[in-house]
Design a protein around this ligand. Structure first.
Ligand SMILES: O=C(O)CCC(=O)C(=O)O
Ligand SMILES: [Fe+2]
Length: 223
């Protein structure tokens, strides 16, 4: 297993431009970017504060599959999610920040990202999400996946890593610790990945930038 070098950002830098440049460069060069401590601290704090106030009833068991084939398959994933609509100030701040990233990447990489959907995810102890792709080649308009972790004090033996498969053979993998402020961005069609079970509650946001296709009117899948 080889872990490519990862450039860390100071969470206090407050300089989105530098971070966005780093993400754009890594996406261009290898199709993914992993940025520990990169989510602006004020945004992390706001999202954590919001999570604290959210009743568990706002979360619903996550499903898999597209519209017609949408199912709740406990063998594939066992987390629960809550879509981010922007009705809370923290949710809106997240959407604003993601919109700035979208605009930057569109300018730099001409990706034509058109919209963004995202949800909070909660994995309880033992929960997992088996190996999957966020988009299937030619079948969907999810282009870029964005994950942000919201876990203070994550310890090495807490588990819950994101395991990314970097090559077709599945030999080259990368484990990402879901520590507060770590961001992962990757081409949705290119990288299978899975969430390993954790020993404790694991909070994150998962989001997808989409292009506008002829099927864009459909709710596809977000559920
Ligand atoms: O939380 C993570 O590390 C990744 C989640 C994920 O793969 C997904 O929601 O599609
Ligand atoms: Fe995923």
């Amino acid at each position: 297993m080889t872990a490519p070098d990862i450039l860390a950002f100071s969470p206090d830098s407050g300089d989105d431009e530098l971070l966005f440049q780093h993400i754009a460069r890594d996406l261009r060069e290898r199709g993914y970017a992993i940025c520990p401590g990169a989510l602006p601290l004020s945004l992390s704090e706001a999202l954590l504060g919001h999570l604290d106030t959210m009743p568990g009833s706002r979360f619903a068991r996550a499903g898999v599959g597209r519209e017609g084939e949408h199912t709740h398959n406990r063998f594939v994933r066992s987390d629960e999610i809550c879509w981010i609509t922007g009705e809370s100030p923290a949710g809106q701040a997240w959407l604003d920040w993601s919109a700035r990233l979208q605009q930057f990447l569109n300018r730099q990489l001409l990706l034509g990202l058109f919209s963004f959907e995202s949800h909070f995810a909660h994995y309880g102890p033992g929960d997992f999400y088996r190996k999957h792709l966020d988009a299937f080649r030619g079948e969907t308009n999810r282009v870029l996946s964005l994950v942000a972790y919201l876990n203070r004090g994550w310890q090495p033996d807490d588990g819950g890593e994101l395991l990314m498969y970097l090559d077709e053979s599945g030999e080259q993998t990368l484990k990402v610790v879901p520590a507060l402020g770590t961001l992962v961005v990757f081409l949705s069609e290119e990288f299978p990945h899975e969430v390993l079970p954790a020993q404790r509650d694991r909070h994150s946001i998962a989001g997808w930038f989409r292009v506008n296709t002829s099927t864009a009117e459909r709710v596809d899948p977000p559920r």
